[in-house]
Design a protein around this ligand. Structure first.
Ligand SMILES: C[S@@+](CC[C@H](N)C(=O)[O-])C[C@H]1O[C@@H](n2cnc3c(N)ncnc32)[C@H](O)[C@@H]1O
Length: 287
């Protein structure tokens, strides 16, 4: 096995528990506002290897398109973490990527977070088993397809969580002790960042912890046939060549810190890994 193929250790480092969650996940027909996600035909797949990533369609509804994109990408999403196929950028870059993922997993392990924990836009649950080791995890995403992968991942890790299809913008139905988002803030538009932080604050009990990991801009972060976002919108391709438009905003640590302060968070810390990720945590103020 070459260096590039070394299996990456997933972030859950703790021992085996067998409290698997056998409950059925909410059915896709409960998607509510997202029901129109399949109405628009995708752009026809272009030939793979054709690097023309222009997408001339007018942007209609980026929020709905992002859900369609991640639903369609669910089976290949982890290729990004694992640097497989179009996501591999050679042994040096991929080695740094792995080291940054390890650093992020170690950071997550150290987070002082327990009790009731919510993970929004949880996707395939890359970070979820580690969160479920810390407390009682509720794991939400707007698309059921990635959640099925998360369900399998948690079962494999012997971890329990509650799963539901739920839009990240849905108003909280309770107060929790911790809230985590992975690679979600970069899908929140600049005009809505503080609105989202205010929503997180409403999720949290006073003193509750908000933590997030997200992307730093780097040419070797995404797929080799992706170009950088223009005006915070990026064209993404799947392995079959189909293309989608997603919002992708690379927030600087200072911008995040300022927005957290303006929305009443305290003890905010935002740091970066050596190259690829930004890691942040803050507590909801007690006022
Ligand atoms: C970049 S992925 C992140 C997945 C996971 N958190 C991780 O760290 O790997 C973004 C996720 O956001 C989900 N998503 C997109 N729009 C959403 C919305 N409005 N509400 C909740 N989830 C949404 C997608 O389905 C996808 O799983």
């Amino acid at each position: 096995m070459g260096a590039d193929e070394r299996p990456l250790r997933e972030p859950d480092k703790l021992g085996d528990l067998d409290d698997r969650d056998e409950r059925p996940m909410r059915e896709p027909d409960k998607l509510g506002d997202l029901d129109d996600r399949d109405e628009r035909p995708l752009r026809e797949p272009d030939k793979l290897g054709d690097l023309d990533d222009r997408d001339e369609r007018p942007i209609r509804d980026l929020d709905a398109e992002m859900v369609r994109y991640y639903a369609a990408r669910a089976g290949e999403y982890d290729d990004w973490y694992l640097r497989r196929g179009r996501y591999s950028h050679g042994p040096v870059n991929d080695g740094v990527w792995r080291a940054d993922l390890e650093a992020t997993a170690a950071w997550l392990d150290r987070l002082p977070c327990r009790g009731q924990i919510v993970e929004l836009a949880a996707g395939t649950g890359w970070w979820s088993a580690a969160l479920a080791a810390k407390g009682s995890l509720s794991l939400y995403d707007a698309a059921p397809e990635p959640l099925e992968h998360a369900r399998a991942r948690l079962a494999q890790a012997g971890r329990h969580a509650e799963f539901a299809v739920r839009d990240a913008w849905t108003e909280p139905d309770r107060r929790v002790d911790g809230l985590f988002t992975g690679f979600w803030l970069s899908h929140v538009g600049r005009d809505r960042l503080e609105e989202f932080f205010a929503l997180v604050a409403r999720w949290l009990a006073p003193g509750g912890l908000f933590a997030f990991v997200d992307s730093r801009q780097d040419p070797e972060s995404g797929a080799s046939d992706h170009r950088p976002p223009e005006a915070d919108v990026q064209v993404r391709r799947l392995a079959d060549g189909s293309s989608f438009q997603v919002r992708k905003v690379y927030y600087e640590p200072d911008e995040l810190l300022a927005a957290l302060a303006r929305t009443g968070f305290v003890e905010a810390r935002v740091e970066t890994t050596s190259r690829f990720f930004v890691l942040g945590s803050a507590r909801r103020g007690r006022a």
